[in-house]
Design a protein around this ligand. Structure first.
Ligand code: PLP
Length: 416
């Protein structure tokens, strides 16, 4: 075990085995083989701190928030609002009121498309999204564009999987009202040059939404330094629970936006002659929220904050570099997406094999990957591939995982 630890450590400061020890799910066999979990872009695993925080809430202080006149409700409310502070600091938000709880990235985008979009997009306006996007960052804008008589325009990409920046610049004019792009592509791992994209979009008066679903687990995010107008992410891709996520927005924009959902908690007063709405962030948080999810997400961030994030970046970079080295020696393997700046993802095809067969044969050897279009069908079409096999890495993966993955791929080749 010690030998494995030493071998798995990619640098002096990051003790990957210590991190793995906090993730109980990783220590198991799948189909008679030690689990190699390489499906982190789909969802990350949860550390003990998160599992315990959720359990403590349900065992010790389960209660509704903001409304109870009793101690348990006070405790739940304090934890719930403290979590908002934690997230605000995590993304460097000027104020905690700019952090809106959602069910995930998908709901964050739908909220903005619905609330901001229906009030700011008109006939003939343009919405730009990149060809790299997850369907979550396409379909809400498509629905909006159809409803308002606007145009949804894809920003082209290069064969490397980078956004074609000159082509993007050429699409910009004063009719562009929204540019919505991912921070990191879920299918290829491309890290987009956001500062350039955001400043160019702002120069024509457009607002910018950043889909941060695939970014937050890999490196620190500072919404003020980025200069975006909205930023969304999901708790479950950040070592937190499913069903909870965040929309961050500029205060002035959020204040101008009408509510997305109606119901309890989002009103200031309600009568049959008319209803007035609550202040931020509650205006956007109708109904009983996912209290356990919020508490679990804050626990995930608190846990991540105990680690050296620069060391995580170095460790994950080492894993990807090692993966690329072994890929070069793997006959019949073709990488899909070769952008210079990549986080967490290795997408590929194997000669003569359908991605889903590769995934199934890897699973038989304990290696969990994702196959298919990765909810990015327009991207697959642009790259002219039926789908890919995607191995996606997280901070708890090791060089040994990479070796097991390639050893399993060699066996896959014997079957195809
Ligand atoms: N955006 C990207 C880039 C994603 O990878 C995903 C999920 O895979 C989403 C959005 C949607 O996230 P969720 O399903 O958590 O709302």
């Amino acid at each position: 075990m010690i030998a494995t630890v030493t071998k798995s450590m990619s640098n002096d400061v990051f003790n990957v085995q210590k991190v793995r020890d906090e993730f109980p799910i990783l220590d198991q066999e799948i189909n008679g083989h030690p689990l190699v979990y390489l499906d982190n872009a789909a969802t990350t695993q949860k550390p003990n701190a998160v599992i315990e925080a959720i359990s403590d809430y349900y065992r010790g202080y389960n209660s509704n928030v903001h409304r109870g006149a009793h101690s348990l409700s006070d405790r739940a409310t304090v934890a719930f609002e403290h979590a908002r502070d934690t997230v605000a600091k995590f993304v460097c938000s000027p104020k905690k009121e700019q952090v809106i709880w959602t069910r995930g990235t998908t709901e964050a985008i739908n909220l903005v498309a619905h609330s901001w979009g229906r009030n700011n997009i008109g006939a003939g306006d343009k919405i730009l999204v990149s060809t790299l996007e997850h369907h979550s960052n396409i379909v809400p804008w498509q629905i909006l564009a159809e409803e308002m008589g606007a145009q949804l325009i894809p920003i082209p990409i290069l064969t490397t999987g980078d956004i074609d920046i000159p082509a993007f610049s050429a699409l910009l004019d004063e009719r562009v009202k929204m540019v919505s792009v991912g921070h990191v592509s879920n299918a290829l791992g491309t890290v987009n040059p956001l500062k350039n994209i955001i400043s160019a979009a702002h120069a024509v008066g457009a607002k910018v939404f950043i889909d941060g679903a695939q970014a937050v687990a890999h490196f620190p995010v500072d919404v003020q330094a980025l200069g975006c107008d909205f930023y969304g992410f999901s708790g479950h891709k950040l070592f937190g629970p499913t069903g909870i996520g965040v929309l961050w927005g500029r205060e002035a924009l959020l204040n101008e936006m009408p509510p997305y959902h109606g119901g309890g908690e989002m009103i200031e007063s309600c009568s049959f002659s008319g209803t007035t709405f609550n202040v931020l962030p509650y205006k956007f948080e109708a109904g009983t929220p996912d209290i356990a999810g919020v508490i679990g997400l804050a626990a995930a961030i608190d846990y991540l904050n105990t680690l050296d994030r620069n060391a995580i970046i170095a460790h994950e970079r080492d894993l990807l570099t090692y993966c690329h080295q072994l890929a070069e020696k793997c006959s019949g393997l073709k990488r899909v997406g070769e952008a210079e700046n990549i986080a967490g993802v290795f997408s590929f095809l194997l000669d003569g094999a359908h991605p889903s067969d590769v995934g199934m044969l890897l699973d038989q050897q304990g290696v969990a990957v994702r196959t298919g279009h990765h909810c990015a069908q327009p991207l697959m079409e642009a790259l002219n591939v039926p789908g890919t096999v995607r191995a996606s890495f997280s901070m708890y993966n090791t060089r040994e995982d990479v070796e097991r993955f390639f050893a399993a791929l060699e066996k896959v080749k014997q079957f195809i």
